[in-house]
Ligand binder design. Structure first.
Ligand code: NAD
Ligand code: UFG
Length: 358
């Protein structure tokens, strides 16, 4: 058992209707926890801090205030630790789980497939086993547009075919979607929501929480942000010979605060529901690598040098979502523009140039 009960802020007795957030100190998890607390939910975070810092908790308190923060309990624990998870479910009245915890670096997953399959897949199986034993059968899972692979047609709807993954990380998303679907087939009391995120960027408008990658960032916007702040020399643009207007890759970037709101909307919608439902969480429009660099340059007032390199293995030319299902059913729609996203990324990066541990 890893550091269980290390830091308990508030409750020791059973409380009604708590939401367990696995990976709740991570990038998307922390923004979702803020929204949940501000929406009045009681939240239990389980995170092993493998890719995040406990300092995020102080930042969350600063954002939501002392009163809302009293509704948060944090456990440093691993989702693969069945004993620890069981004690957490025993100590709380958890009605719903939002499951972010997992490893997410595509390149690293190719080098360390077993770590990815163990953490993401075995971790999810252990979590679901403990949930089932505790009679909690409601889960929202962080999936990814990576399950669509290289699309035949755009925009991508939830009915667009899943394609074979090109790396172990992608396979874990693909397989966990299948595992959760099979769980519902075996026991129709389960309520599963699969949220397929497009490309989350941005940060809380306060600049107190944001994306804090360890080492060299794999993703475009953290790399641009570190270049703008002087930690990296230049951005490496992976290919300018794609069949897109400026030749660089196009993605559907979505503000992490909008993404967080999508989870709260899904949570509210799923109460009393059973089944498996899939939602794309994107804006519905794409931006190219060069457009993102330009927008960041404008927002930050910093020059962002870049160099064109070879295409990155496994990358696709473009993807973007049809996000109308989430709007129709959940009443959720992304509101923020690319300018909002890069402004908030810059605000976070310039206020925390070394991240939270720096
Ligand atoms: P993140 O790394 O910032 O957050 C994940 C959190 O999970 C971290 O705090 C980490 O410490 C924790 N964690 C990892 N393994 C754990 C374990 N075994 N037990 C307990 N905690 C564990 O990543 P993020 O960007 O916030 O992503 C959250 C989820 O969304 C992940 O499942 C990711 O695959 C998925 N997703 C992310 C993106 C993206 O671009 N950020 C896109 C699509 C899907
Ligand atoms: N890119 C660069 N230079 C970089 C990093 C990225 O030019 O240093 C380009 C890529 O080639 C791509 C675009 O910027 O065209 C976006 O790349 P990211 O790595 O930021 O994002 P991806 O679309 O490759 O991957 C993201 C998530 C994955 C998820 C995938 C599909 O990181 O977890 O979206 O949803 F699986």
């Amino acid at each position: 058992m890893m550091g269980l009960f290390k830091r308990i802020f508030s409750r020791t007795k059973k409380i009604q209707g708590e939401v367990l957030v696995t990976g709740g100190t991570g990038f998307i998890g922390s923004h979702t926890v803020v929204d949940l607390l501000e929406s009045g939910f009681s939240v239990v975070i389980v995170d092993n801090l493998e890719n995040s810092s406990e300092k995020v908790l102080d930042r969350i308190e600063e954002i939501v205030g002392e009163k809302a923060f009293e509704k948060l309990t944090f456990y440093e624990a691993d989702i693969r630790d069945e004993e620890a998870l069981t004690s957490i479910f025993d100590a709380h009245d958890i009605k719903n789980v939002i499951h972010f915890a997992g490893l997410k670096a595509v390149g690293e997953s190719v080098e360390k497939p077993l770590e990815y399959y163990d953490n993401n897949i075995a971790g999810t199986c252990t979590l679901c086993k403990v949930m089932g034993n505790a009679g909690c059968k409601s889960i929202i899972f962080s999936s990814s547009s990576t399950v669509y692979g290289d699309p035949d047609t755009l925009p991508l709807t939830e009915e667009s075919p899943k394609k074979p993954a090109t790396n172990p990380y992608g396979w874990t998303k693909w397989m966990i979607e299948q595992i959760l679907t099979d769980l519902y087939t075996a026991d129709p009391e389960w309520d599963v929501v699969l949220l397929r995120y497009f490309n989350p960027i941005g940060a809380h408008v306060s600049g107190l929480i944001g994306e804090d990658p360890k080492g060299i960032p794999n993703n475009l916007v953290p790399y641009i942000a570190q270049t703008a702040v002087g930690k990296r020399d230049k951005v490496h643009v992976f290919g300018d010979d794609y069949a897109t207007p400026d030749g660089t890759g196009i993605r559907d970037y979505i503000h992490v605060v909008d993404l967080a709101a999508g989870h709260v909307a899904a949570l509210q919608w799923m109460q009393g529901h059973t089944g498996v439902e899939i939602f794309n969480l994107g804006t519905g429009s794409g931006s190219s690598v060069l457009e993102v660099i330009k927008a960041f340059q404008t927002a930050s007032g910093q020059e962002i040098p870049y160099v064109i390199e070879e295409r990155r293995a496994g990358d696709i030319a473009q993807n973007f979502a049809d996000a109308t299902k989430a709007e129709k059913i959940l009443g959720w729609k992304a509101e923020k523009t690319l300018e909002d996203m890069v402004r908030d990324s810059w605000n976070w990066q310039s206020k925390n140039p070394e991240g939270l541990e720096g």
